[in-house]
Design a protein around this ligand. Structure first.
Ligand SMILES: Nc1ncnc2c1ncn2[C@@H]1O[C@H](COP(=O)(O)OP(=O)(O)OP(=O)(O)O)[C@@H](O)[C@H]1O
Ligand SMILES: [Mg+2]
Length: 223
């Protein structure tokens, strides 16, 4: 599903955020990226959703080299990828429900289906009573969950989540991981960048550690 071959990313002013990363993530895999602040986790996710271009190396998704995709083809690929950004990127003047509905509206899903899916996701994330709340007025932990709901609403085949549990208590963290686990069981490939060892400790999944932009180690097995 995801193939990275000797991928490096430098930002202007000579910041080397990723150095020579080669990794292959299988279809339907649940995969963790860990590492200290500044290690390059977010950069790696941004490369996978082509929000940033690599300085060197090749990234393939579903057999397509994404650094070369443009226009329609790139838009099509992006529709299959759901991203929950570390800094949320929500429309803060819209309601939680409106934010979650966006990806489904863009792909012309039926209004009834959208309504049902939005309510269902809000219920699963313990946000039932926040349906009509203005997103900018929600707590950070609530906004984080709306971000996740928006990322998965349209059932993308690939889900990228950046620090999904940073602002959450243990019970809510469990809910979030259960929901992601269900998406994975339904077939989605999921990549999670995190500091929160409670979500990858004692799991059988692969965990890749980055240190200062380099691949430091990998534990776990492909499930
Ligand atoms: N747009 C940018 N311009 C310049 N440098 C950047 C930019 N984005 C990230 N960096 C730098 O690249 C490195 C990797 O950053 P990145 O955000 O990928 O780390 P991270 O592992 O996600 O950290 P955190 O755990 O704090 O979220 C850092 O040194 C950061 O300062
Ligand atoms: Mg980050």
């Amino acid at each position: 599903m995801i193939e990275m071959i000797k991928v490096s990313k430098a930002y202007p002013a000579d910041v080397v955020a990723l150095k020579d990363i080669s990794v292959s993530i299988g279809t339907g895999e649940l995969f963790f990226i860990i590492g200290m602040s500044g290690a390059g986790k977010t950069t790696l996710l941004k490369l996978l959703c082509s929000m940033e271009l690599p300085t060197n190396g090749l990234i393939e998704i579903g057999g397509q080299a994404i650094n070369q995709l443009k226009g329609n083809k790139l838009a099509k690929l992006r529709q299959k990828i759901g991203v929950a950004y570390q800094d949320f990127k929500l429309l803060t003047d819209r309601t939680a429900a409106e934010n979650i509905a966006i990806s489904m509206e863009v792909s012309y899903k039926k209004p009834q289906l959208i309504k049902k899916r939005v309510r269902d996701l809000l219920d699963q994330l313990d946000l039932t009573d926040k349906h009509d709340a203005i997103t900018g007025e929600l707590s950070r932990g609530e906004q984080q969950r709306v971000t996740l709901a928006r990322a998965i609403a349209n059932s993308p085949t690939m889900i990228l989540v950046d620090e999904p549990t940073g602002n959450l208590d243990a019970t809510t963290t469990e809910r979030v991981m259960k929901l992601l686990g269900n998406c994975n069981k339904a077939g989605a490939t999921i990549v999670i960048a995190t500091h929160d060892d409670s979500i990858y400790r004692n799991t059988p999944y692969r965990v890749m550690e980055l240190r200062k932009g380099e691949l430091y180690g990998m534990t776990g097995e492909r499930q």
